[in-house]
Design a protein around this ligand. Sequence first.
Ligand SMILES: NC(=O)c1ccc[n+]([C@@H]2O[C@H](COP(=O)([O-])OP(=O)(O)OC[C@H]3O[C@@H](n4cnc5c(N)ncnc54)[C@H](O)[C@@H]3O)[C@@H](O)[C@H]2O)c1
Ligand SMILES: O=C(O)C(=O)C[C@@H](O)[C@H](O)[C@H](O)COP(=O)(O)O
Ligand SMILES: [Zn+2]
Length: 364
Amino acid sequence: MFEELTVGLGDRSYSIRIGEGILAEIGEALQRVRFPRRVAVITNPTVEALYGGELLRHLAAAGYRAETIVIPDGEEFKTLRTLESIYTALIEGGFDRSSGLIALGGGVVGDITGFAAATYLRGIPFVQVPTTLLAQVDSSVGGKTAVNHPLGKNLIGAFYQPRHVHIDVATLTTLPPREFAAGMAEVVKYGVIRDRNFFDWLVGARENLQRLDRQSLVLAVNRSCQIKANVVENDETESSLRAILNYGHTFGHAVEALAGYGHYRHGEAVAIGICVAAAVSCELGLCRAEEVAAIRALLVSFNLPVVPPAFPLEDYLRAMGRDKKVKEGVLRVILNCGIGDCQIRELSDPEPLFTAAIANLSEG
Ligand SMILES: NC(=O)c1ccc[n+]([C@@H]2O[C@H](COP(=O)([O-])OP(=O)(O)OC[C@H]3O[C@@H](n4cnc5c(N)ncnc54)[C@H](O)[C@@H]3O)[C@@H](O)[C@H]2O)c1
Ligand SMILES: O=C(O)C(=O)C[C@@H](O)[C@H](O)[C@H](O)COP(=O)(O)O
Ligand SMILES: [Zn+2]
């Protein structure tokens, strides 16, 4: 049994299949999209040890000739250097334009594999098999692919959609609690920007989600993917609406870059960024203090950090100045209007707003 969604993008439309124990169905899913028979599975040592063998068996049983390329585990390896090592393995392995890539792992593997697929031989097809909560609810969908630059997150990348997204929530049983929490930050994001009922449901479903209740997990992943798919269908390349998916990320990416990639999990930095965005929204009268408190409480209930690390404000402002949403030097941020709605706002004078927001959050 599985749920299936479609990301409708014309001739680049693709399905997202969500279920428990559906890794065994990967062969059939690939056949349906006429995926090439020669496949490179990109993964890392942690995920390879857990699911690599099983995936290769299912692929072989369905007639796919698959080899594995293992890259190091960690955000600090989401780099041009790792990307080059993937190209080298593909060239040495004789992968040609009639080959495809499968990303097996979390968002790091997914983002770098997607970018490798977008650029190798000017583009070969790829499929996402996400194994972290964060990748299942967010990074595997929508076609943002990238690597980091020492000066900023995801600064080198491309929009390039997968042919299929295959989500087996059973893989979450091996996920460390810290990684599960990180994924919940992006789930909370969807509630705050787009769906008040979903936000309220999350408040009540916390215990079920944390004990990995199958029904609750599928519902949370499904609703998150629905919201993301809908936004992406309406603005694939972030000319406007898609920027709302970046709620909490302007400050969150600055936290990741300043602390050094890998220190905070991406989702942890986003949780802090969401609190800062909510506090700025409150400063501007877009939401009430009780709503900021409710957002913060939900993130805390999932064991996420909510206090910005104490870097100088100038450092935060410089890092945020490199955000991809900056236009003609002006910072653009996503602010929540209450809970369940949001807007994109230019901030010509961000300093006092962020000073007040950080001070409020640091006080608790
Ligand atoms: N493209 C997008 O739209 C998008 C969206 C959100 C985040 N991202 C990116 O995703 C990345 C974060 O992804 P992430 O949080 O998945 O981190 P990650 O890819 O580093 O994975 C987290 C850890 O979990 C391990 N792991 C993966 N699956 C596992 C499993 N089933 N059991 C046990 N361990 C497992 C990994 O080896 C890793 O150590 C960031 O680089 C972020 O920028 C991209
Ligand atoms: O899909 C999107 O659009 C997002 O913004 C989703 C974010 O959760 C994700 O972290 C994304 O990689 C950030 O994009 P960036 O353009 O700010 O690098
Ligand atoms: Zn994110």
